[in-house]
Design a protein around this ligand. Structure first.
Ligand SMILES: Nc1nc2c(c(=O)[nH]1)N[C@H]1C(S)=C(S)[C@@H](COP(=O)(O)OP(=O)(O)OC[C@H]3O[C@@H](n4cnc5c(N)ncnc54)[C@H](O)[C@@H]3O)O[C@H]1N2
Ligand code: MOO
Length: 666
């Protein structure tokens, strides 16, 4: 067969399979899928083992722990001083000191007393020393005076001591017979301290469930290896292994399975030796998607749900065999993480002996309109910012929250790590309007507001400023919503700083024309924008930007990669082009990097981007015009300490140097 015949055959097979796709996913609701899954799972912890305290961190108690001893184990002095009978000190005063004869003993910590404190006597005692018979209080050495008399050594007191003063009673911390920690308790340094205090050298913990993790796909490459164009680093494997460990499981990484039945079958068989098996990728019915076909061979009962009406997560495949979970997570990292946390994490927690967690929800306003696909409950990762609530200095203060969607799609890996939580959009809704109050389910347990909130257009140069502040201990939340989004956020009081680069098309002036009352502008830096092209391309090399555009604008095979409407760079491009509409004009990339990649990878021949991006991708560059990247600051937030420090950092020589080194002009 000719290779073109073969590829035609491949295409026919793909189309035939794709046509049958709609039959496979019997899509059920998330609740239905979960119910079916749990009906067959055995969620009891997988046995117990004894571990030394030194290995107990992060483990879960398999049984209640009862104290066999009192803590403290004896009545103990908590100061350096004298053990006395409180009754002897009654009436002591500056003008009527009470003198007590010192017994011939010094009670250092760890020594059992031998002498009784008889009426009229006292015994020297150190912090941690055991209270002797007869004594019921301790007086601090500072409040006494030692006196040497012919008849012996005395201590005089000028104040009475109350019974029990400076004494920690035996068992006051932990009493013998008391349950100090309960089954299911996760052991942190605090609990380990308690176990040590009652003398336990080892402790019974739940055996960690072993969770096999297998990434699938011919295109997947292990991190650390070189990568070819079109391939993808295995992020799911690393994410899942870490998430399993965080939940108290023991990850068993099985690596990457190619799209090849035999290898996949062998690895699945190995995975089944563990307590659970997680695969990712290959669960929808693409031509190369084999995972579900292998998992479909399992029984007792095998696959219980394949396809859930969730976004992300639609192709999730849940199977159980002999009470053991076998799950294929979608290949896209956000989909994989989302379905892992909502379907798998509770199962691993249960197998690890931990009680379920209760998700915390907070109300928040959606600052932008969100479109949604009908038919699937859509979950949107969001970053929360506090809306200025008229605190004394217009601080980060208010309790009201705005929920910024981190809409990067199912394939993103960063959405989950940048998110504070997520909100759900009803399966029937087509959109949620800006200004709608939503309920946000938090990912972590608490929400601490950042010191500085930066919402707008993100630029790598900003790291030179923010990096300094973060290094100095400041917490910063930076959201990339573009210049217009930043301007709107500043108007609504949702940020401290909005980095923008907006050109007024009428005048060519940057940023200032867009200010509104209550908004200040702080000058940032400039970025040289120009035409990027592959080095050596004679259509661009050696020309000015204007010459090059004039030469290529009419060429059918010289493809432009344009920027999205509304971006500052697009305005510049349109001014440059005038009425010309070169090939590729309607293809819109959303960032400088995306333009540079398209040119580097030969999908386009030219575009407009900043010089830093051209350098990053080794492209040629024809300068056009400086773009002003400045900072809009709501006047009400100008005096916040974090904002002042930001403006100060911007003024620093080192920061200006760092910016210049990156190709910016300050
Ligand atoms: N025609 C249709 N196509 C797709 C549908 C559909 O309903 N009809 N569903 C889409 C949805 S929703 C999802 S989610 C994805 C999931 O597909 P798979 O689970 O089969 O995943 P793959 O195709 O293998 O990979 C998807 C994507 O993720 C990358 N990937 C895979 N594994 C990893 C990994 N370990 N680390 C990082 N990235 C990984 C892979 O390279 C792909 O780019 O299907 C849609 N398609
Ligand atoms: O379910 Mo997929 O996870 O929408 O992207």
């Amino acid at each position: 067969m000719h290779s073109s015949d073969r590829s035609r055959e491949d295409i026919r097979r793909f189309v035939a399979q794709a046509a049958r796709q709609d039959q496979f996913l019997e899509v059920v609701s998330g609740e239905e899928a979960r119910a079916r899954f749990h009906r067959h799972l055995d969620l009891s912890p997988r046995g117990e083992e004894r571990v030394p305290l030194s290995a107990a961190l992060g483990r879960v108690l398999s049984a209640d722990v009862t104290a066999d001893v009192d803590v403290p184990g004896f009545d103990r002095s908590v100061v350096d001083g004298f053990a006395v009978r409180a009754a002897d000190t009654v009436g002591a005063a500056e003008d009527r000191p009470v003198a007590l004869r010192l017994n011939d003993e010094v009670l250092a910590a760890g020594h059992a007393p031998e002498l009784t404190v008889e009426p009229g006597t006292a015994t020297v005692i150190a912090t941690g020393g055991m209270l002797p018979r007869g004594a019921d209080a301790v007086v601090m050495v500072e409040t006494t005076e030692a006196v040497e008399r012919p008849d012996g050594l005395f201590v005089t007191l000028t104040r009475p001591a109350t019974p029990g003063a400076f004494v920690a009673a035996a068992g006051s911390d932990i009493g013998r017979g008391e349950v100090v920690l309960r089954k299911g308790q996760l052991l942190t340094s605090r609990e380990i301290g308690v176990l040590a205090a009652i003398g336990l050298g080892e402790v019974a913990v739940v055996r960690r469930p072993r969770v096999a993790i297998l990434s699938t796909g011919d295109e997947i490459v292990a991190p650390g290896q070189p990568i070819r164009t079109g391939a993808v680093y295995d992020s799911n494997g690393a994410i899942l292994a870490a998430a399993v460990a965080e939940l108290g499981g023991e990850p068993v990484p099985l690596g990457i399975a190619p799209d090849e039945d035999e290898a996949l079958e062998r690895l699945v068989a190995r995975g089944l030796e563990c307590d659970a098996l997680l695969l990712s990728g290959g669960t929808s019915k693409g031509a190369g998607d084999r995972s579900h076909r292998i998992v479909a061979q399992l029984s007792d009962p095998g696959i219980v749900a394949h396809g859930v009406a969730l976004k992300p997560g639609k192709p999730l495949c849940l199977a159980v065999t002999g009470g053991k979970p076998v799950v294929i997570l979608p290949g896209f990292p956000t989909s994989a993480m989302f379905t892992f946390h909502s379907f798998i994490a509770p199962v691993i927690r249960a197998l690890a002996g931990q009680p379920p967690t209760l998700a915390e929800e907070v109300p928040a306003t959606l600052p932008v309109r969100l479109g949604s696909e009908r038919g699937r409950t859509e979950y949107v990762m969001v970053s929360l910012v506090h809306i200025a609530g008229g605190g004394a200095n217009g601080g980060a203060g208010g309790d009201e929250l705005a929920a910024y969607p981190l809409s990067k799609g199912s394939g993103a890996v960063t959405a989950f790590s940048h998110a504070d939580g997520f909100l759900a959009i009803d399966a029937q809704a087509e959109a949620v309007e800006a200004g709608t109050k939503m309920s946000v389910q938090l990912l972590g347990r608490s929400l601490t507001p950042a010191d500085l909130i930066v919402v707008g257009s993100q630029c790598i140069g900003l790291n030179a400023v923010l990096g300094r502040l973060i290094g100095g201990g400041m917490t910063v939340k930076a959201l990339n919503v573009g210049s217009m989004g930043g301007l709107a956020a500043a108007r609504r009081g949702e940020c401290d700083i909005a980095p923008v680069h907006l050109m007024d098309p009428a005048t060519g002036a940057y940023n200032r024309p867009f200010l509104a009352p209550g908004l200040d502008l702080v000058t940032g830096y400039r970025r040289m924008q120009g035409i990027v092209f592959r080095r050596g391309d004679p259509r661009f090399e050696g020309r000015t930007a204007q010459e090059a555009v004039a030469a290529v604008a009419g060429l059918a095979d010289c493809i432009l990669i344009n920027r999205n409407a509304g971006s500052g760079t697009r305005i510049l491009t349109d001014r440059l082009l005038g009425p010309a509409r070169p090939t590729g004009y309607w293809t819109q990339a959303k960032s400088h990097n995306a333009v540079a990649v398209a040119v580097e990878q030969n999908r386009a021949d030219w575009g407009v981007a900043i010089e830093t991006a051209a350098n990053l991708y080794g492209l040629g560059f024809l300068p056009l015009q400086e773009e002003h990247y400045d900072f809009i600051i709501p006047a009400a937030r100008r005096d916040r300490p974090a904002v002042r420090r930001f403006v100060e950092a911007l003024e620093m020589l080192e920061v200006a140097d760092a910016l210049r080194a990156m190709g910016f002009i300050r």
